[in-house]
Design a protein around this ligand. Structure first.
Ligand code: SAM
Length: 291
C-alpha cells in the first residue's frame, strides 16, 4: 500500500505529479498531519458500522483515515480537478464513493437513501472550506438529515461563536441557529502549520451532537429565527429597540414592550443576554399576537 496521503512528503509528491495548484476561492487548505486527522476520526466515534458523509475530500487525507475505520465514506467534492487524483490516491479502498458536486446544491437525503442502509449510524465529518462554513453547516442542520452528528474543522472564531453561552460576546444568531438543532462543543484547537497552504486564521474542531427534538419548542420556526435575527441586528441596542426597528412583523413598539414585560424579559436587556428558551417564549408570544 502507498504511504499515507496525509504525510507532508506524499502530499508534495501528489502536488508535483499532477501539477496541482490550490484554489484559495475554494478554501483549499489540506491537512498534512496524521495525528490531527486521527483525532478528528476519534472525535466522531466511528465504528465499522458507521456511514460517513465527507465534504471536500481534497487529496483524500481524511477520507483515507475514515475509510480505514468506517463502513462506508461518501464524499462530496466541488473541484473536478481533484476527482481523478482522489480515484488514484484512494484506489486501495473499496468503501468510498465520490460525488463531484457542490454540497450546497446537493440533495443529501437522496444520496443517503442511495448510498447507505436504512437506519445506519451516520456522521458528517469534514475539514470544511472556510469560505462556506456557515452555509454548509446551516444546510446540514436545516435539511434535518438522519445523522448522529457532525465533526468538522472550521475557523476557531466560528467554532467559538457556535458553542458560545448567553451573555458572552461570541453568542449570537449563529449560536442559536446551531444550538436549536444540536448540542455543540469545541473538541480541540489546531495550529495553522498542520495545513498546506497554511491558513491565516486559527482552526478548531467543532463537534455537534444532533438532538432528537429541537432544543426548544416553537410554534413557527421561521418566525423564531426572524425574532432571533432582529434581536441581534444591532448588537448594542436593547432587545426592545432591535425588535421595534428590525422585526418584519406588524407589531407596535408599545405592544412589544408589554409582551416582553409579561414574559419577564426586561426590555432594556440586550439580545445577547437572552437564552434560547427566552427567544422561544418571545417568538411564541409574537406568534399568538399575530394570529
Ligand atoms: N479534506 C481535505 C483535507 O483535510 O486535506 C481538504 C479540505 S479543504 C479545507 C476543503 C475542500 O472542500 C477542498 O477540497 C475544496 O475543493 C472542497 N470544497 C470547497 N467548496 C465545496 C463545496 N461547496 N462542496 C464540496 N466541496 C467543496
Amino acid at each position: 500500500m502507498n504511504k499515507e496521503i496525509s504525510s507532508p512528503r506524499r502530499t508534495k509528491e501528489i502536488l508535483e505529479k499532477h501539477g496541482f495548484s490550490f484554489k484559495k476561492s475554494l478554501g483549499q487548505n489540506f491537512l498534512v498531519d496524521a495525528n490531527v486527522l486521527e483525532k478528528i476520526v476519534a472525535a466522531a466515534n466511528v465504528t465499522d458500522s458507521t456511514g460517513i458523509i465527507e465534504i471536500g475530500p481534497g487529496f483524500g487525507a481524511l477520507t483515507e483515515k475514515l475509510a480505514q475505520k468506517a463502513n462506508k465514506v461518501v464524499a462530496f467534492e466541488i473541484d473536478g480537478r481533484l476527482i481523478p487524483i482522489l480515484k488514484e490516491n484512494l484506489s486501495d479502498y473499496k468503501n468510498i464513493a465520490l460525488i463531484h458536486q457542490d454540497v450546497l446544491k446537493a440533495n443529501i437525503h437522496a444520496v443517503i437513501e442511495k448510498e447507505f442502509q436504512k437506519e445506519q449510524d451516520l456522521m458528517v465529518v469534514a475539514n470544511l472550506p472556510y469560505y462556506a462554513t456557515t452555509p454548509i453547516l446551516l444546510k446540514l442542520l436545516e435539511d434535518k438529515l438522519p445523522i448522529r452528528g457532525i465533526v468538522c474543522m472550521i475557523q476557531k472564531e466560528v467554532a467559538e461563536r457556535i458553542s458560545a453561552e448567553p451573555g458572552t460576546k461570541d453568542y449570537g444568531s449563529l449560536t442559536i441557529a446551531v444550538q436549536y438543532y444540536a448540542q455543540a462543543e469545541t473538541a480541540f484547537t489546531v495550529p495553522g502549520n498542520v495545513f498546506v497552504p497554511k491558513p491565516n486564521v486559527d482552526s478548531a474542531v467543532l463537534k455537534l451532537h444532533m438532538l432528537k427534538e429541537p432544543s426548544v419548542q416553537v410554534i413557527d420556526e421561521k418566525l423564531f429565527f426572524e425574532v432571533v435575527r432582529a434581536s441581534f441586528a444591532q448588537r448594542r441596542k436593547t432587545i426592545l429597540n432591535n425588535l421595534a426597528k428590525n422585526l418584519n412583523v406588524p407589531i407596535a413598539k408599545a405592544d412589544l414592550q408589554v409582551m416582553l414585560t409579561d414574559l419577564e424579559i426586561e426590555p432594556s436587556r440586550r439580545g445577547e443576554t437572552l437564552s434560547i428558551k427566552e427567544f422561544a417564549f418571545l417568538a411564541n408570544a409574537v406568534h399568538r399576537r399575530l394570529k
